[in-house]
Design a protein around this ligand. Sequence first.
Ligand SMILES: CC(C)(COP(=O)([O-])OP(=O)([O-])OC[C@H]1O[C@@H](n2cnc3c(N)ncnc32)[C@H](O)[C@@H]1OP(=O)([O-])[O-])[C@@H](O)C(=O)NCCC(=O)NCCSC(=O)C[C@@](C)(O)CC(=O)[O-]
Ligand SMILES: NC(=O)C1=CN([C@@H]2O[C@H](COP(=O)(O)OP(=O)(O)OC[C@H]3O[C@@H](n4cnc5c(N)ncnc54)[C@H](OP(=O)(O)O)[C@@H]3O)[C@@H](O)[C@H]2O)C=CC1
Length: 426
Amino acid sequence: MSSTSRIPGFKDLGVDARRAHVAAMSGLSLVDLAVLDPAHGLGLEQADRMVENVVGVLGVPVGIATNFVVDGREVLVPMATEEASVVAAASNLARMARPHGGFVSSATAPLMQAQVQVLDVADPVAGRVRLLEAREELMALADEQDPALVRHGGGARDVVVRLVPVNAEKTFVVLHLVVDVRDAMGANAVNTMAEAIAARVAEIAGGRSLLRILTNKADLRVTRVRAVFGAEQLGGPQVVDDMVSAAAFAVADPYRAATHNKGIMNGVTAVVLATGNDTRAVEAGAHSHAVGPDGRYSSLSRFEKTADGHLVGTLELPMAVGLVGGATKVHPVARANVAITGARSAAELASLVVSVGLAQNAAALRALASEGIQRGHMSLHARNVAVSAGAVGEEVDAVASAMVNAKTIGADAAGALLARHRAGLD
Ligand SMILES: CC(C)(COP(=O)([O-])OP(=O)([O-])OC[C@H]1O[C@@H](n2cnc3c(N)ncnc32)[C@H](O)[C@@H]1OP(=O)([O-])[O-])[C@@H](O)C(=O)NCCC(=O)NCCSC(=O)C[C@@](C)(O)CC(=O)[O-]
Ligand SMILES: NC(=O)C1=CN([C@@H]2O[C@H](COP(=O)(O)OP(=O)(O)OC[C@H]3O[C@@H](n4cnc5c(N)ncnc54)[C@H](OP(=O)(O)O)[C@@H]3O)[C@@H](O)[C@H]2O)C=CC1
């Protein structure tokens, strides 16, 4: 097996040669990787068992982010995305992090929370205290719902009760059941527990239960990642200073923060999707986490200049991803992608997800703070523009290259260059 994710020129290889590197790195065979072919991936019959009213399957490109070292482990990371330049960007900044140790992660326990909303409690403050008195009883009742999870070392870990004021006359008593879900994403598990304890919760509180469902603001299940990017590799001290200023802009301004955080999710969501996890849950958790104690939406990441002039980035995200359950275990391509990462726990997968998010974020900031985003992004997007103009086969690269060389990337240029190529005038 190969031991490095540093594969210069990986981008210039063909699909088969890239798969050979992935096989050498992951220990998978080329037969195992053949499931990545659209012809061998998710079939109609299986899709019809996954969701309702199926009429087809949507193919999404799966690219490999190279150069990643996460917690000292060399790793190739599959990214499922339709957006050009995202895989390149993550690979580029992972390359720049290598000389400084790559990405270092840490995480809380995999604690998910289910909410039980209780209405019409005459004495909500005392109702909260009554529920806290019943903590052990309610946790035992919850654990009875999923002995398998308990066998895997998971189960209920705490009961928290919040009073949510609606208006002068109405306050909801909201119980949070905190559950260690181990290597599951945990939504089905904690929803089942919440439904099972709701009646007893309402009885103790002295009201009527209504919503019994997990929260995707999974702020007790957080993964943090840190990485240092060398000043010289980034483009020098001015680029470092400008990246710090660009990052500060996202901290201070919600309009900028929305796009800054979208850049982070370009990387995060691509790995979450590739591994068959719930992208909506992760996105909802991330953006809810971006709202600070002051109620303002802000940047999810931070960038600072280190004492020796390099750039250090940090990113902390709620990360509700699983290795078991959901589509991760049943979708053939997701299973292959998880195997490519070599992740042995949900926590390890989460560290890869957040590392790619930080790399993506840094790459975008570097491009924006130096040459602007368009050269890099559009030069890789050019092939899509060429296809949109009708280019096929070898025409695609010919038209795309001609547009990049002419520094004019757009539908009109693609159409004109395609006509010239077909007339043998280029
Ligand atoms: C695109 C690059 C990397 C080019 O950057 P470059 O410096 O021209 O790249 P290079 O040719 O010198 O190659 C350097 C490394 O980049 C990678 N790389 C380079 N090219 C490829 C390729 N074709 N295929 C795969 N990997 C590629 C690859 O790792 C390569 O090294 P190697 O490993 O080969 O030794 C750079 O311009 C960049 O990172 N741009 C940022 C692009 C980006 O952020 N795209 C996201 C879409 S824009 C967006 O939606 C987010 C945003 C911007 O709005 C967020 C925000 O506002 O904050
Ligand atoms: N985000 C949201 O708002 C919602 C998301 N969902 C969906 O729920 C799914 C994820 O829920 P999840 O509960 O993970 O799915 P599953 O119920 O499919 O998987 C969890 C179960 O896997 C079993 N299991 C096996 N090995 C382990 C292990 N090592 N650690 C933990 N559990 C293990 C456990 O019980 P057992 O062995 O008995 O299976 C556990 O209850 C996703 O598809 C998501 O889209 C659903 C509702 C809402």
